[in-house]
Design a protein around this ligand. Structure first.
Ligand SMILES: O=P(O)(O)OC[C@H]1O[C@H](O)[C@H](O)[C@@H](O)[C@@H]1O
Length: 318
Protein backbone atom coordinates (compact mmCIF):
# COMPACT_ATOMS: atom_id res chain seq x y z
CA UNK A 1 0.00 0.00 0.00
CA UNK A 2 3.08 2.26 0.63
CA UNK A 3 1.02 4.98 2.32
CA UNK A 4 2.17 6.28 5.71
CA UNK A 5 -1.26 5.41 6.95
CA UNK A 6 -0.52 3.43 10.09
CA UNK A 7 -2.61 0.52 11.30
CA UNK A 8 -2.35 0.03 15.07
CA UNK A 9 -4.99 -2.67 15.15
CA UNK A 10 -4.65 -5.49 12.62
CA UNK A 11 -8.36 -5.46 11.89
CA UNK A 12 -8.51 -1.76 11.20
CA UNK A 13 -7.96 -1.07 7.52
CA UNK A 14 -6.72 1.71 5.29
CA UNK A 15 -7.52 1.57 1.61
CA UNK A 16 -7.02 3.89 -1.36
CA UNK A 17 -9.80 4.22 -3.91
CA UNK A 18 -10.73 6.62 -6.73
CA UNK A 19 -14.00 8.60 -6.66
CA UNK A 20 -16.29 9.00 -9.68
CA UNK A 21 -14.04 11.74 -10.98
CA UNK A 22 -10.89 9.71 -10.59
CA UNK A 23 -9.80 11.68 -7.52
CA UNK A 24 -7.86 9.58 -4.99
CA UNK A 25 -9.52 9.01 -1.62
CA UNK A 26 -8.30 7.15 1.44
CA UNK A 27 -10.81 5.05 3.37
CA UNK A 28 -10.12 4.30 7.05
CA UNK A 29 -12.07 1.49 8.74
CA UNK A 30 -12.20 0.22 12.31
CA UNK A 31 -12.97 -3.29 13.54
CA UNK A 32 -16.50 -2.24 14.52
CA UNK A 33 -17.36 -1.39 10.92
CA UNK A 34 -17.21 2.41 11.13
CA UNK A 35 -15.41 4.26 8.31
CA UNK A 36 -13.98 7.65 7.32
CA UNK A 37 -13.24 8.70 3.73
CA UNK A 38 -10.77 11.50 2.98
CA UNK A 39 -10.40 12.99 -0.51
CA UNK A 40 -7.07 14.27 -1.83
CA UNK A 41 -9.09 17.21 -3.15
CA UNK A 42 -8.93 19.68 -0.29
CA UNK A 43 -8.07 16.91 2.26
CA UNK A 44 -11.82 16.99 2.78
CA UNK A 45 -13.45 14.30 4.90
CA UNK A 46 -16.19 13.35 2.47
CA UNK A 47 -17.79 10.61 4.58
CA UNK A 48 -17.92 9.46 8.22
CA UNK A 49 -20.08 6.42 8.94
CA UNK A 50 -20.89 4.75 12.26
CA UNK A 51 -20.65 0.99 12.85
CA UNK A 52 -24.21 0.61 11.45
CA UNK A 53 -23.05 2.19 8.18
CA UNK A 54 -25.08 5.35 8.83
CA UNK A 55 -23.62 8.60 7.38
CA UNK A 56 -22.94 11.18 10.10
CA UNK A 57 -21.94 14.07 7.80
CA UNK A 58 -24.20 16.09 5.50
CA UNK A 59 -23.46 16.20 1.79
CA UNK A 60 -25.58 18.21 -0.61
CA UNK A 61 -27.46 16.18 -3.23
CA UNK A 62 -26.52 18.93 -5.63
CA UNK A 63 -22.83 18.88 -4.81
CA UNK A 64 -20.38 18.69 -7.72
CA UNK A 65 -16.89 17.22 -7.36
CA UNK A 66 -15.06 18.96 -10.19
CA UNK A 67 -11.62 20.19 -9.05
CA UNK A 68 -10.93 22.88 -8.09
CA UNK A 69 -14.52 23.42 -6.84
CA UNK A 70 -15.34 20.76 -4.30
CA UNK A 71 -18.72 19.57 -3.14
CA UNK A 72 -20.70 21.18 -0.34
CA UNK A 73 -20.60 18.95 2.65
CA UNK A 74 -18.27 16.75 4.65
CA UNK A 75 -15.52 18.59 6.56
CA UNK A 76 -13.73 21.14 4.34
CA UNK A 77 -10.54 22.72 5.67
CA UNK A 78 -10.70 26.52 5.53
CA UNK A 79 -7.18 28.02 5.35
CA UNK A 80 -5.60 30.63 5.21
CA UNK A 81 -8.85 32.68 5.17
CA UNK A 82 -12.39 32.04 6.38
CA UNK A 83 -14.95 34.76 6.01
CA UNK A 84 -18.61 35.02 5.16
CA UNK A 85 -18.02 36.86 1.95
CA UNK A 86 -19.20 35.16 -1.22
CA UNK A 87 -16.01 34.58 -3.17
CA UNK A 88 -14.56 31.04 -2.82
CA UNK A 89 -11.06 32.25 -2.06
CA UNK A 90 -12.59 33.96 0.98
CA UNK A 91 -12.81 30.52 2.47
CA UNK A 92 -9.16 29.90 1.66
CA UNK A 93 -7.56 27.91 -1.16
CA UNK A 94 -6.63 24.82 0.86
CA UNK A 95 -10.05 23.23 0.31
CA UNK A 96 -9.69 23.44 -3.48
CA UNK A 97 -6.15 22.12 -3.75
CA UNK A 98 -4.91 18.59 -4.42
CA UNK A 99 -3.12 17.32 -1.29
CA UNK A 100 -0.81 14.31 -1.17
CA UNK A 101 -0.08 11.50 1.25
CA UNK A 102 2.63 12.52 3.73
CA UNK A 103 5.00 9.56 3.57
CA UNK A 104 7.22 10.58 6.45
CA UNK A 105 5.49 13.00 8.84
CA UNK A 106 7.44 14.29 11.85
CA UNK A 107 6.10 12.66 15.04
CA UNK A 108 3.05 14.24 16.60
CA UNK A 109 3.44 15.71 20.07
CA UNK A 110 0.15 14.17 21.08
CA UNK A 111 1.44 10.76 19.93
CA UNK A 112 -0.86 8.77 22.22
CA UNK A 113 -3.86 10.25 20.55
CA UNK A 114 -3.44 7.74 17.71
CA UNK A 115 -3.09 4.54 19.70
CA UNK A 116 -5.66 1.97 18.60
CA UNK A 117 -6.73 4.17 15.70
CA UNK A 118 -6.30 3.94 11.96
CA UNK A 119 -5.12 7.16 10.43
CA UNK A 120 -3.73 8.85 7.36
CA UNK A 121 -1.32 11.77 7.05
CA UNK A 122 -1.77 14.35 4.29
CA UNK A 123 0.44 17.25 3.20
CA UNK A 124 -0.11 20.54 1.37
CA UNK A 125 2.67 22.88 0.22
CA UNK A 126 1.97 26.01 -1.83
CA UNK A 127 2.45 25.88 -5.59
CA UNK A 128 3.97 28.77 -7.51
CA UNK A 129 0.43 29.97 -8.31
CA UNK A 130 -0.58 29.79 -4.66
CA UNK A 131 2.42 31.91 -3.71
CA UNK A 132 1.20 34.54 -6.16
CA UNK A 133 -2.13 34.87 -4.33
CA UNK A 134 -0.74 34.23 -0.85
CA UNK A 135 3.03 34.85 -0.81
CA UNK A 136 3.96 32.70 2.19
CA UNK A 137 5.77 29.34 2.22
CA UNK A 138 4.15 26.85 4.57
CA UNK A 139 3.81 23.14 5.19
CA UNK A 140 0.32 22.05 6.19
CA UNK A 141 0.11 18.54 7.65
CA UNK A 142 -3.26 17.00 8.42
CA UNK A 143 -3.76 13.72 10.28
CA UNK A 144 -7.22 12.17 10.11
CA UNK A 145 -7.89 9.39 12.63
CA UNK A 146 -10.72 6.92 13.19
CA UNK A 147 -10.92 5.47 16.69
CA UNK A 148 -12.22 2.10 17.81
CA UNK A 149 -15.24 3.89 19.31
CA UNK A 150 -15.98 5.52 15.94
CA UNK A 151 -14.80 9.00 16.91
CA UNK A 152 -13.08 11.05 14.18
CA UNK A 153 -10.11 13.29 15.02
CA UNK A 154 -8.48 15.88 12.76
CA UNK A 155 -5.06 17.21 13.75
CA UNK A 156 -3.69 20.11 11.67
CA UNK A 157 -0.10 21.37 11.86
CA UNK A 158 0.89 24.48 9.95
CA UNK A 159 4.59 25.27 9.84
CA UNK A 160 6.07 28.57 8.67
CA UNK A 161 8.91 27.63 6.27
CA UNK A 162 8.97 31.22 5.08
CA UNK A 163 11.60 33.90 5.61
CA UNK A 164 9.15 36.14 7.40
CA UNK A 165 6.16 35.82 9.76
CA UNK A 166 2.68 35.23 8.38
CA UNK A 167 -0.84 35.13 9.83
CA UNK A 168 -3.86 33.05 8.92
CA UNK A 169 -7.42 32.14 9.87
CA UNK A 170 -8.51 28.52 10.16
CA UNK A 171 -11.66 26.42 10.39
CA UNK A 172 -12.79 22.81 10.26
CA UNK A 173 -16.04 23.57 8.41
CA UNK A 174 -17.94 20.51 9.66
CA UNK A 175 -21.29 19.80 7.99
CA UNK A 176 -23.09 17.59 10.54
CA UNK A 177 -26.02 15.49 9.35
CA UNK A 178 -29.09 16.09 11.55
CA UNK A 179 -32.63 14.70 11.51
CA UNK A 180 -34.40 18.07 11.47
CA UNK A 181 -32.64 21.34 12.28
CA UNK A 182 -35.61 22.53 14.33
CA UNK A 183 -35.13 19.48 16.58
CA UNK A 184 -31.49 20.25 17.29
CA UNK A 185 -29.92 22.13 20.19
CA UNK A 186 -26.31 23.12 20.88
CA UNK A 187 -25.12 23.13 24.50
CA UNK A 188 -21.89 24.48 25.88
CA UNK A 189 -21.86 27.97 24.29
CA UNK A 190 -24.10 29.59 26.87
CA UNK A 191 -22.54 32.88 28.17
CA UNK A 192 -20.06 32.92 25.26
CA UNK A 193 -19.90 36.13 23.21
CA UNK A 194 -20.50 35.87 19.47
CA UNK A 195 -20.23 38.03 16.35
CA UNK A 196 -23.45 37.87 14.34
CA UNK A 197 -22.66 37.76 10.60
CA UNK A 198 -26.31 38.59 9.95
CA UNK A 199 -25.98 41.86 11.93
CA UNK A 200 -22.76 43.35 10.51
CA UNK A 201 -20.72 41.22 12.95
CA UNK A 202 -22.30 42.95 15.95
CA UNK A 203 -21.24 41.37 19.28
CA UNK A 204 -23.79 39.66 21.54
CA UNK A 205 -23.68 37.25 24.51
CA UNK A 206 -25.38 33.84 24.20
CA UNK A 207 -28.04 33.51 26.89
CA UNK A 208 -29.10 29.91 26.50
CA UNK A 209 -28.63 26.65 24.60
CA UNK A 210 -28.88 27.35 20.86
CA UNK A 211 -31.98 26.22 18.96
CA UNK A 212 -32.94 26.99 15.36
CA UNK A 213 -35.99 28.77 14.00
CA UNK A 214 -34.28 30.86 11.26
CA UNK A 215 -30.91 31.49 9.50
CA UNK A 216 -27.99 31.46 11.92
CA UNK A 217 -24.45 32.63 11.04
CA UNK A 218 -22.37 33.35 14.13
CA UNK A 219 -18.80 33.17 15.34
CA UNK A 220 -18.61 32.22 19.05
CA UNK A 221 -15.48 33.68 20.58
CA UNK A 222 -13.07 32.11 23.09
CA UNK A 223 -15.56 29.31 23.57
CA UNK A 224 -15.25 26.24 25.83
CA UNK A 225 -13.33 23.31 24.33
CA UNK A 226 -16.22 20.87 24.66
CA UNK A 227 -19.64 21.46 23.13
CA UNK A 228 -22.52 19.15 22.36
CA UNK A 229 -24.95 19.05 19.44
CA UNK A 230 -28.09 17.21 20.57
CA UNK A 231 -30.35 15.70 17.90
CA UNK A 232 -33.48 14.79 19.84
CA UNK A 233 -35.21 13.03 16.97
CA UNK A 234 -32.22 10.74 16.37
CA UNK A 235 -31.56 10.48 20.17
CA UNK A 236 -27.96 11.25 19.38
CA UNK A 237 -25.36 13.74 20.57
CA UNK A 238 -22.29 14.89 18.67
CA UNK A 239 -19.65 15.73 21.29
CA UNK A 240 -17.06 18.11 19.85
CA UNK A 241 -13.72 18.52 21.61
CA UNK A 242 -11.24 21.00 20.26
CA UNK A 243 -7.72 22.23 21.09
CA UNK A 244 -5.87 25.24 19.71
CA UNK A 245 -9.18 26.46 18.18
CA UNK A 246 -10.64 29.19 20.42
CA UNK A 247 -13.72 29.96 18.28
CA UNK A 248 -16.76 28.08 17.00
CA UNK A 249 -18.72 29.00 13.86
CA UNK A 250 -22.38 27.96 13.87
CA UNK A 251 -24.16 28.16 10.51
CA UNK A 252 -27.46 27.11 9.00
CA UNK A 253 -28.59 28.99 5.84
CA UNK A 254 -32.32 28.24 6.43
CA UNK A 255 -34.83 28.26 3.54
CA UNK A 256 -34.36 31.58 1.70
CA UNK A 257 -30.53 31.53 1.55
CA UNK A 258 -30.65 27.81 0.75
CA UNK A 259 -32.88 28.52 -2.27
CA UNK A 260 -30.22 30.96 -3.53
CA UNK A 261 -27.42 28.41 -3.28
CA UNK A 262 -26.96 26.46 -6.54
CA UNK A 263 -25.20 23.57 -4.88
CA UNK A 264 -27.78 22.75 -2.17
CA UNK A 265 -31.22 21.19 -2.69
CA UNK A 266 -34.09 23.50 -1.62
CA UNK A 267 -35.14 21.91 1.71
CA UNK A 268 -31.75 20.37 2.46
CA UNK A 269 -30.93 23.03 5.06
CA UNK A 270 -33.17 21.00 7.41
CA UNK A 271 -30.71 18.11 7.43
CA UNK A 272 -27.49 20.09 7.90
CA UNK A 273 -25.77 22.08 10.64
CA UNK A 274 -22.26 23.50 10.40
CA UNK A 275 -20.39 23.59 13.71
CA UNK A 276 -16.79 24.56 13.01
CA UNK A 277 -13.82 24.50 15.37
CA UNK A 278 -12.04 27.68 14.28
CA UNK A 279 -9.41 30.31 14.92
CA UNK A 280 -11.06 33.44 13.55
CA UNK A 281 -11.20 36.39 15.92
CA UNK A 282 -7.45 36.53 16.46
CA UNK A 283 -5.49 35.35 13.39
CA UNK A 284 -2.72 32.84 14.15
CA UNK A 285 0.70 34.42 13.58
CA UNK A 286 3.75 32.23 13.03
CA UNK A 287 7.34 33.40 12.99
CA UNK A 288 9.75 31.60 10.63
CA UNK A 289 10.22 27.99 11.80
CA UNK A 290 7.25 28.11 14.15
CA UNK A 291 4.40 25.56 13.98
CA UNK A 292 0.73 25.77 15.05
CA UNK A 293 -1.49 22.80 15.90
CA UNK A 294 -5.28 22.78 15.87
CA UNK A 295 -7.21 19.62 16.74
CA UNK A 296 -10.87 18.69 16.65
CA UNK A 297 -12.46 15.40 17.70
CA UNK A 298 -16.10 14.60 17.02
CA UNK A 299 -17.65 11.60 18.72
CA UNK A 300 -21.20 10.35 18.79
CA UNK A 301 -23.15 9.41 21.88
CA UNK A 302 -26.32 7.47 21.12
CA UNK A 303 -28.25 9.53 23.65
CA UNK A 304 -29.31 13.09 24.35
CA UNK A 305 -28.97 12.60 28.07
CA UNK A 306 -25.30 13.37 28.03
CA UNK A 307 -25.37 17.15 27.77
CA UNK A 308 -25.49 17.96 31.46
CA UNK A 309 -21.93 16.54 31.71
CA UNK A 310 -20.61 19.41 29.61
CA UNK A 311 -17.84 20.68 31.82
CA UNK A 312 -14.34 19.76 30.70
CA UNK A 313 -14.28 16.78 33.00
CA UNK A 314 -16.85 15.21 30.73
CA UNK A 315 -16.38 11.45 31.12
CA UNK A 316 -16.36 9.68 27.73
CA UNK A 317 -19.94 8.46 27.40
CA UNK A 318 -19.15 5.65 24.93
O1 LIG B 1 -20.43 28.62 0.84
P1 LIG B 1 -19.23 28.45 1.69
O2 LIG B 1 -18.09 29.21 1.20
O3 LIG B 1 -18.92 27.02 2.02
O4 LIG B 1 -19.62 29.15 3.06
C1 LIG B 1 -20.68 28.75 3.71
C2 LIG B 1 -20.80 29.51 5.01
O5 LIG B 1 -19.63 29.31 5.74
C3 LIG B 1 -19.61 29.86 7.03
O6 LIG B 1 -20.39 29.18 7.90
C4 LIG B 1 -19.92 31.34 7.03
O7 LIG B 1 -20.06 31.80 8.35
C5 LIG B 1 -21.15 31.59 6.22
O8 LIG B 1 -21.35 32.97 6.12
C6 LIG B 1 -21.00 30.99 4.82
O9 LIG B 1 -22.14 31.26 4.06
Amino acid sequence: MGHSAAVWDSQAAVETVKDLNGIEQVVLRNPQGASVTVSMLGARVTSWRNSHGEELLFTSSKGTVKAPKAMRGGIPICFPQFDNCASPEQQGFARNKMWRIDENPPPLKQRNDCLGKSFVDLLLKPSGDDLKCWPHSFEFRLRVCLAANGAITLISRVRNVNGKPFSFIFAYHAYLSVSDISEVRIEGLETSDYLDNLCKKERFTEQDAITFESEVDRVYLSSPNVIAVLDHEKKRTFVIRKEGLPDVVVWNPWDKKCKGMADVGDGEYKQMLCVDGAAMEKPITLKPGEEWTGQMEISVVESTLCAEHLDLEVPRCW
